[in-house]
Design a protein. Structure first.
Length: 337
């Protein structure tokens, strides 16, 4: 019994059935913990934890093909890892290694949180040495011995309910998923260092932020993907611009309004009118003439709107920061203290 009068089984059910979940990670970890407990494990290496977690998500995603988080503009780390594995970009060992490095940052420390109460349960079911080992406590062994099937069924049911709720919040999920798969198959999840592009891009932007139009200091330059990288799945120059760090971080993975797409088209045509060899990269990616390039880029934008569920930066497709005098003053003060 806990000090509140709740049994260990009550606490487990509270975590699984009544917690706030913006993703399915807590269900994936719960299933993993119960499986490891059923093998009489008390100490679990990080690689074994990662492997079991990966195998659960691999089976889940490949069988259900349903969203694993509420935000339709993003995919979870596990969805991205499984997709990379399915596409042959990484092998099983690399996938498991990435799970251990990238997937546990939130769920392991926060599994015991109920609602907004952190540390309320004080690592009741496990203790962990992050990146090294996880130690399963007696409490999870006891409840698993008594209620193994019931507990697994409840995790399965809750996981399915979350996927169903997430799908309802994702308009055109099936179409969006088909489009996303095309970009995943044609692109690469491996990011490259983009800083070498700064001198070239700066020359075609007049040393101004693409989004707000204010001057950028050398210490505050970010290279940004106009169409979010997690959607477009490449680092081709036609989609890269320079921005303030604040503009870039605020925009994140959201859509921009169509006026920015028109601006990007004009910037690219400016490059096409030069003798710079990168113009051949743009023509190779978008088309050999202006009309074809315009159509191709707009098609990418329309696909992004479907995949990202029309989630616009600043919540409006018509918003233009260059016409926002308040923001212009704000960005000037923040970047020119």
């Amino acid at each position: 019994m806990t000090r509140s009068g709740l049994t260990s089984l009550d606490v487990w059910k509270a975590i699984i059935l009544y917690g706030l979940n913006n993703a399915t990670y807590k269900m994936g970890l719960a299933q993993t913990l119960l499986q490891l407990t059923s093998q009489d494990k008390t100490e679990v290496s990080w690689i074994e934890l990662s492997q079991t977690f990966f195998e659960n998500y691999l089976e889940r995603i490949n069988n259900s093909n349903l969203p694993q988080q509420a935000n339709p503009s993003r995919r979870t780390v596990m969805e991205r890892i499984v997709n990379s594995y399915n596409l042959g970009e990484i092998n099983r060992y690399q996938a498991i290694e990435r799970v251990g490095q990238e997937a546990f940052n939130d769920v392991i420390p926060r599994f015991h949180n109920i609602w907004r109460h952190a540390n309320l349960l004080n690592e009741k079911f496990y203790h962990f040495d992050f990146g090294k080992k996880l130690y399963l406590r007696d409490e999870i062994h006891l409840i698993n011995e008594r209620e193994q099937k019931v507990l697994m069924d409840e995790v399965e049911t809750r996981w399915s309910l979350l996927e169903g709720a997430f799908k309802l919040s994702h308009e055109n999920w099936d179409l969006a998923n088909d489009i996303r798969e095309i970009y995943l198959s044609q692109g690469s999840s491996k990011r490259i260092n983009l800083t070498d592009n700064i001198p070239f891009l700066s020359a075609y932007q007049g040393n101004c932020c693409f989004y707000c139009g204010e001057e950028i200091k050398d210490s505050d330059i970010h290279v940004d993907h106009v169409l979010p990288r997690q959607f477009i799945q490449h680092d081709e120059v036609w989609n890269l611009v320079l921005s303030h760090s604040l503009c870039n971080l605020n925009k994140d993975d959201a859509l921009v309004g169509p006026h920015y797409v028109a601006k990007l088209i004009m910037r690219n045509e400016n490059i096409m009118g030069s003798n710079h060899p990168w113009k051949y990269k743009i023509s190779g990616a978008l088309g050999s003439n202006k009309k074809a390039r315009n159509k191709s880029l707009k098609n990418h934008y329309e696909n992004a709107k479907i995949v990202l569920n029309h989630r616009y930066w600043e919540s409006s497709p018509s918003y233009n920061r260059e016409n926002d005098l308040f923001f212009k003053r704000l960005i000037t003060n923040l970047n020119n203290p």
